[in-house]
Design a protein around this ligand. Structure first.
Ligand code: CP
Length: 365
């Protein structure tokens, strides 16, 4: 998937004797960016997941193979899990970490070609990430969807502009469309739970009510991860809250290639009945870009899209997943989150293990 403003087309490599810098078709060195899970080839994807499971089972031991390396983290949006787990994962590898939050302790960043910077933003993306690339060996960046500019959000324009501005690998810590670190942690927790036998398990990604029109990065990534694990994925959502067609098509192709399937349902109860996994996530419908008031009104009328203990009792002793943060008793009932089927804390822990494994790949160590 290449988006406008993306770095030149390239391919990823998994062999540790290859350089972390690989080359685009025109010969220009292109860093080993991880902007979406499709940036990892099958061998690397599997290696990161398997390594994460090994690290989880081995405990929190440090593995200082990246001593002398440095990681710059830039958060244009808030985070609890991603920031903490990324800092600690790098530290477990012996790397130095520096974290910036533009607008608080660093200059606010302007995006786009030819922008006249006479507004609030003090520094252009090209200069900010060009400079940071001179200081660190890799970058991790969080930049959420605008929520108002559909064309740029669908193109994942901001993370692609950042990657095109950097000369070191960029790890996407959640952009408009993708959250590959969450996808890797989710894949690892599923692989661990099913002892590697994820193919054919029924994975229900269910939309839920939420007071805000949230971005699509997590549902996209959960869908693609489950499809890549060969699961039988059902996307349960109201008609008003479809995912982008190209993501559904990509997931269908991925699932087909790995022995699984993708289907949709507008009936939450029926989709959850017999599920092995229920992954809850709220997202804003496409109408948020064209008629936000209407999207809000429809969303407000769908408060019964909330995962309950009764629904979970109809699963095949299924597990409940959520990326967190979660709105209790809006997205899912306390009884589910605090019950024996919940796996959301495992997901959060797996962020640390999966990102440790991912950083080994990114640092090429
Ligand atoms: N799941 C996740 O990315 O959490 P944070 O937003 O707290 O980083």
């Amino acid at each position: 998937m290449t988006s406008p403003g993306a770095a030149p087309a390239t391919s990823t490599v998994s062999s540790s004797d290859e350089s972390a810098t690989i080359h685009s078709l025109n010969g220009t060195p292109t860093p080993r960016h991880v902007l979406r899970i499709s940036d990892l080839d099958d061998a690397t994807w599997r290696h990161v997941i398997d390594s994460a499971v090994i690290y989880k089972k081995a405990g929190m031991a440090s593995k200082p193979i990246a001593t002398g390396k440095s990681l710059g983290l830039v958060f244009l949006n808030p985070s609890l899990r991603t920031r903490t787990s990324m800092e600690l994962a790098a530290q477990r590898l012996g790397a130095h970490v520096t974290t910036l939050t533009p607008g608080q302790d660093a200059w606010t960043i302007a995006f786009g070609d030819g922008v006249v910077m006479d507004g609030a933003e003090a520094e252009h993306v090209r200069d900010a990430f060009g400079v940071l690339s001179r200081y660190v060996d890799a970058l991790g960046v969080r930049v959420f969807a605008s929520g108002t500019d559909r064309e740029r959000d669908v193109a994942d324009a901001m993370i692609n502009e950042i990657a095109a501005s950097a000369t070191v690998p960029v790890v996407n810590l959640e952009s408009a469309r993708n959250h590959p670190c969450q996808a890797l942690a989710d894949a690892a927790v599923l692989s661990d739970h099913f002892d590697g036998k994820t193919a054919g398990k029924r994975f229900v990604l269910t939309w839920t009510h939420h007071p805000n029109a949230l971005p699509m990065a997590v549902p996209n990534s959960a869908l693609l991860a489950a499809a890549r694990l060969g699961m039988d994925v059902i996307v349960a959502r109201p008609d008003s809250h479809s995912l982008e067609a190209d993501v559904m098509n990509e997931a269908t192709d991925l699932a087909g290639a790995h022995g699984g399937s993708v289907s949709t349902s507008t009936n939450m109860d029926a989709a959850i009945d017999g599920a092995d996994v229920v992954y809850a996530k709220a997202w804003g419908g496409p109408m948020r870009y064209t008629d936000p008031e209407r999207e809000k009104a429809i969303r407000a009328s769908l408060t019964d899209w909330r995962v309950t203990r009764k629904q979970m009792s109809t699963t095949r002793n299924g597990r409940f997943m959520h990326c967190l943060p979660v709105r209790r008793n809006v997205v899912v009932d306390d009884a589910v989150l605090d019950g024996p089927q919940a796996m959301h804390l495992d997901q959060a822990e797996y962020r640390l293990h999966a990102q440790q494994a991912l950083l080994e790949y990114v640092f090429d160590c």
